[in-house]
Design a protein around this ligand. Structure first.
Ligand SMILES: Cc1cc2nc3c(=O)[nH]c(=O)nc-3n(C[C@H](O)[C@H](O)[C@H](O)COP(=O)(O)O)c2cc1C
Ligand code: SF4
Length: 647
């Protein structure tokens, strides 16, 4: 039984077949850069159109070369026209509509994003809050040049057959700078806060004419105090009301924030509550003069989307990460199998955390993402083989799922009492249970595929010889290794695995973090939350050095909140009589810290003991995940998928 989600809606002259939107997101699959083959980005977006998405808004098209930050490129007219035509044809073939976002980042980011190294252009000189680079105050002629850029980009996109354009006035970029006290303190004609945005809208509308759609994306809250030049939700709603009142807009989209650091809130990880910004969407809809509003922010299930629409909070819903994780979200809903949608678990490690480093998009537990050109189809196996998967962590389970879907007869055996591998204990340490839905989703699918997961059984040589499978997949994980420290043995020094297996606690615990990943941060948090006085020592300049930007702040706030003592650029040099010697790498000073337990977060060793016997028994053996090299669950899901496809 479906409600409004699958009903069409008119965005001005453009009828969208349903209310599901994939909003603009930097996928970094390369498209705008002249000379680059657009096939992968086209395949990525086409996959979402094929899965039933109604409206796809493409990654931002820059309106001027001074916005080429973060590895983004300025287009070339002759180059981009055929790319857009291809994109439009492929998306239209599935009945979806396609718009493109038009952006200038203004005084945000850094100018060294690519070889041109042009200065950042803003309305007023300021230090970029995301790149810490001073920006240039545009002259009147330069403002005109940027305005012409909006016209030119809109004209090209629409000439190529896209259905509409979206003016990016959110995230603290140029348009938001123009109307915000923190971004514009000019005294000339551009001091009027709404003038630039109105001018952009009028010019883009003139280019689009009555046949194509024009939208605006605004931050519905800038997360800034008035004293910091913020407008707040009320001020921004007033700006949105003025914009809607011009009559130029066919829809209003929103996000939140005024800095790239605010992405961690507007594109929240698994700690963020689903639908947290719905009240902001509701507020916009109240002032939009009938202009349809897109609600945004962790709307993850069709049921939630239906509730938002039915309650009249918005007219459309962004389900952006939800459709990164499962491009078939709409198709499954239409087919009555919403319970089989692969959930977006809010890991952010495959998508937005990679965007912050200008890396191509993927997904934590959907390894197809970013490789649609080669991975969108799962080909049936040429002959069904007997496959033994050893280990039911992310890598083993993914290999099982993919191999079983392809028609192999798969047996999966896990040594521990429950499946999930290291991901299970990371969730037990404090990562929200939502993360574990990546495992429970596969388990449900395996159930439907008729594959049983046998736990509590250790596979050994005899097991392998008795079973004599055609193929063995070793997802046997890795075992933590200790640290080489000069210790008198007065204090136990445990690996993370040992500490977590016994759920050890202590009064004064030293966590030595030689890796800087989330696992080490969660171990420290777990101990601190359990009441220990925790010191974290890491040789890196920051605790959590390799943690994604949408996670790091949360880890640090929690650790400091529990009173942890975080020592950076610091190494453990010895332990004597219950006292750890911590040496700062650069001052070379040594601090003495009393401890009753040391937990070492060091590189684990891959468990490959079964490889040789498996190789002698089976035709083919695959190592996957930590058994290849101990890294993260994202790597494990990916390698499991690869193995499942290669069998
Ligand atoms: C990888 C990634 C890149 C993004 N890049 C942009 C962008 O370039 N422009 C933009 O307006 N929003 C961008 N966003 C924000 C999304 O459009 C959307 O607002 C956000 O993902 C929240 O919606 P969701 O919870 O449905 O994913 C990005 C999001 C992700 C995940
Ligand atoms: S990486 Fe995580 S947050 Fe991003 S789409 Fe995949 S599951 Fe969702």
């Amino acid at each position: 039984m479906t409600g409004m989600l699958l009903t069409p809606i008119d965005l001005g002259p453009i009828t969208v077949k349903n209310r599901v939107v994939s909003t603009a997101h930097g996928a970094f699959l390369d498209f705008y850069r002249p000379g680059i083959d657009p096939a992968q980005y086209v395949a990525y977006q086409e996959r979402r159109a094929r899965g039933g998405c109604g409206l796809i808004i493409l990654q931002a098209m820059l309106v001027h070369p001074t916005s080429q930050t973060m590895g983004q490129w300025m287009w070339d007219r002759d180059d981009i026209l055929p790319k857009f035509r291809l994109m439009a044809d492929r998306i239209h073939a599935h009945g979806a509509k396609v718009f493109v976002q038009l952006a200038h980042y203004g005084a945000q980011f850094r100018s060294d994003g690519n070889a041109d190294i042009l200065p950042l252009w803003g309305f007023s000189p300021m230090l970029s809050p995301s790149g810490w680079e001073p920006s240039h105050e545009m002259t009147g002629a330069e403002v005109d040049e940027v305005l012409e850029g909006y016209e030119r980009t809109a004209a090209i996109a629409l000439e190529a057959g896209l259905d509409g354009v979206e003016i990016h006035a959110a995230h603290g970029y140029l348009v938001q700078q123009s109307f915000s006290p923190w971004g514009n303190h000019r005294n000339d004609q551009w001091s009027d806060p709404l003038r630039f945005m109105f001018e952009v809208m009028a010019r883009v509308r003139a280019v689009a004419g009555p046949e194509r759609a024009v939208g605006l994306r605004i931050s519905a809250d800038d997360f800034l105090n008035w004293s910091a030049g913020g407008l707040g939700a009320d001020g921004l709603r007033a700006v949105a009301a003025e914009a809607c009142g011009t009559g130029h807009l066919d829809y209003l989209n929103h996000s939140a924030g005024a800095r790239s650091a605010h992405y961690a809130r507007s594109i929240a990880n698994y700690f963020g509550e689903p639908g947290r910004f719905i009240p902001l969407a509701r507020g916009l809809r109240a002032i939009s003069s009938g202009v349809p509003v897109i609600a945004v922010g962790k709307i993850l299930t069709p049921a939630h989307a239906e509730a938002v629409l039915t309650a009249g909070e918005a007219d459309l819903v962004a389900m952006t990460r939800a459709q990164i994780a499962d491009p078939d979200l709409v198709a499954k809903y239409v087919a009555g199998s919403a319970d089989r949608i692969r959930p977006c678990v809010g890991a952010n490690t495959g998508c937005v955390d990679r965007m912050s480093e200008s890396l191509p998009i993927t997904c934590f537990h959907n390894p197809e993402v970013g490789r649609e050109l080669t991975h969108a189809e799962l080909l049936p196996a040429r002959r069904s083989r007997r496959v033994l998967v050893v280990g039911a962590g992310p890598a083993g389970l993914k290999a099982t799922e993919v191999a079983a879907r392809r028609g192999h007869q798969v047996t999966v055996v896990e040594r521990e009492a429950q499946p999930g591998g290291r991901l299970r204990w990371v969730c037990e340490l404090g990562a929200p249970a939502t993360m574990f839905e990546s495992i429970t989703w596969i388990l449900r699918e395996l159930d439907l595929l008729g594959v049983e997961v046998t736990c509590g059984v250790e596979v050994d040589e005899q097991f392998l010889r008795n079973m004599a499978p055609d193929v063995v997949v070793l997802g046997t994980g890795a075992t933590g290794s200790g640290i080489d420290v000069d210790s008198d043995g007065s204090v136990p020094v445990l690996t993370e695995d040992e500490a977590m297996a016994t759920k050890v606690t202590g009064r004064q615990v030293l966590v030595v973090d030689l890796l800087g990943y989330q696992q080490q941060a969660y171990v420290a948090e777990y101990l601190a939350a359990g009441g220990a006085s925790v010191t974290v020592a890491t040789p890196f300049p920051q605790v959590g050095q390799n943690v994604g930007f949408t996670h790091i702040r949360g880890h640090l706030e929690r650790l400091y909140g529990w009173g942890a003592d975080l020592r950076t650029s610091t190494v453990l040099t010895g332990i004597t009589d219950g006292v750890a010697q911590l040496r700062h790498l650069y001052s070379r000073k040594t601090d003495l810290v009393p401890v009753d337990l040391v937990v070492a977060g060091t590189m684990a060793q891959a468990n490959t003991a079964l490889y040789e016997v498996a190789d002698s028994v089976a035709d083919e053996v695959f190592l996957v995940g930590d058994a290849v090299a101990p890294r993260t669950a994202l790597h494990a899901f990916r390698e499991g998928d690869d193995a499942g496809r290669r069998i």
